[in-house]
Ligand binder design. Structure first.
Ligand code: FES
Length: 109
């Protein structure tokens, strides 16, 4: 894997859409920050889920996403602070509440 690939990320947050470039060796969160796109984040190490997003097109590599169950990763949930792009991406950021509901909602009803 080289760092030389650059992918295009289209990110929706709070009803607006941002497009920026993200290298294969860069996290989506870092690329967003570099592009001046403010996305929610806190721990930046894959634990707190503040940066949760749903990837609607494309794939990310997120081996350190401890805060998201494998089944939910397969459904598209990603922690952007530890997500590296493997293709062009479309995603919805700001999904912390949705992720929480998907992971823990069944225990609260
Ligand atoms: S900022 Fe905490 S999991 Fe990404």
């Amino acid at each position: 894997m080289t760092d030389s690939q650059v992918f295009t990320v289209v990110c929706d947050i709070d009803g607006s859409s941002h497009t920026f470039q993200c290298g294969s060796g860069q996290t989506v969160l870092a690329a967003a920050e570099a592009a001046g796109v403010a996305l929610p984040s806190s721990c930046c190490s894959g634990v707190c889920t503040t940066c949760a997003a749903v990837v609607t097109e494309g794939t990310v590599h997120q081996p350190d996403a401890m805060g998201v169950k494998a089944e939910l990763q397969q459904q598209g949930y990603a922690l952007l602070c530890v997500s590296f792009p493997r293709s062009d991406l479309k995603l919805r950021a700001g999904q912390e509440d949705a992720l929480y509901e998907a992971q823990f909602g069944q225990y609260q009803k």
